[in-house]
Ligand binder design. Structure first.
Ligand SMILES: Cc1cc2nc3c(=O)[nH]c(=O)nc-3n(C[C@H](O)[C@H](O)[C@H](O)COP(=O)(O)OP(=O)(O)OC[C@H]3O[C@@H](n4cnc5c(N)ncnc54)[C@H](O)[C@@H]3O)c2cc1C
Length: 238
């Protein structure tokens, strides 16, 4: 079983009614094997079944020294997202991790990070990481979110980006679970510049991420060139 650790809330910043940024300070003795793109699993302590508490994954937007920044989009009746959005300075947050496979693939020279919705948190983790620094000018970030987005604001995202990032695109798409998203995912994949030596990082809505992946593969990109993390709309396990 994963070892439970704990961090202290040292700051919160309200972005809007459904989202606050939470700064956690790690105990300096806590083992924390970080790389940009990773997430932690927060244990809310809220019982959702006998002897089962709600544990949810939240990606690290950035890490500076012992401080990690994360954020959750408040979902209606969502236990985990409500827990994050109610945290106040001084709270202790039990967690495990960091975990994740969406980390920088240094065997590629170019990096294209394609995030939808809340997937921008992991995308920011990647572009603010130390590992990406030598590749920054050859890295591009795409963020697709609905017009009504209530997660991190465009301004926050733009202000968080490191200087020297190759390119950034923020574009509106249909609402989550709208049928139009399938066609939009195909279009996104068609327009992504394909270049030898590029690694693609897909993160966010499973319906879109999987469509983009399939389309990229049909256009000649290999499985090895793609890393993927699905935040929601995961396909059911066979
Ligand atoms: C690797 C990973 C990293 C993640 N990082 C973040 C993060 O940085 N910020 C963040 O807000 N969430 C993130 N999530 C999603 C998060 O773990 C929870 O699933 C989410 O907060 C909902 O939990 P809940 O207990 O509030 O609601 P639940 O009752 O568990 O979820 C309700 C339903 O909403 C779906 N859902 C989850 N996320 C969304 C969304 N963005 N939009 C619409 N529906 C959704 C769930 O799949 C579920 O069907 C991440 C998920 C994964 C797997």
């Amino acid at each position: 079983m994963a070892k439970s650790k704990s961090a202290l809330v040292t700051n919160t910043v309200k972005i809007n009614d459904r989202c606050q940024l939470v700064n956690l300070r790690l105990n300096n003795e806590t083992e924390f094997s970080y790389a940009g793109g990773k997430y932690i699993i927060v244990n809310s302590g809220i019982e959702i079944a006998p002897e089962k508490t709600a544990k949810r994954a939240y990606s690290i937007i950035k890490k500076e020294g012992d401080n990690v920044l994360l954020s959750a989009l408040q979902l209606k009746d969502g236990v985990g997202s409500q827990f994050i959005n109610k945290l106040v300075v001084g709270d202790e947050v039990p967690f495990s991790g960091p975990w994740g496979k969406l980390t920088l693939q240094k065997d590629h020279s170019h990096h294209q990070i394609i995030a939808t919705d809340t997937g921008i948190s992991a995308a920011l983790g990647l572009v603010t990481s130390n590992e990406i620094q030598p590749y920054l000018s050859k890295s591009k970030l795409f963020w697709f979110r609905p017009e009504t987005n209530q997660f991190l604001s465009d301004n926050f995202v733009l202000e968080t980006l490191p200087e020297g990032l190759g390119d950034v695109t923020i574009q509106s798409i249909a609402e989550i679970n709208d049928e139009e998203r399938q066609g939009q995912a195909q279009e996104i994949a068609n327009h992504i510049h394909r270049e030898a030596g590029t690694h693609y990082y897909l993160v966010g809505d499973g319906h879109m991420v999987l469509t983009i992946k399939d389309k990229l593969i049909s256009l000649g990109v290999t499985e090895e060139q793609i890393s993927m993390e699905i935040f929601f709309n995961k396909p059911a396990k066979p």
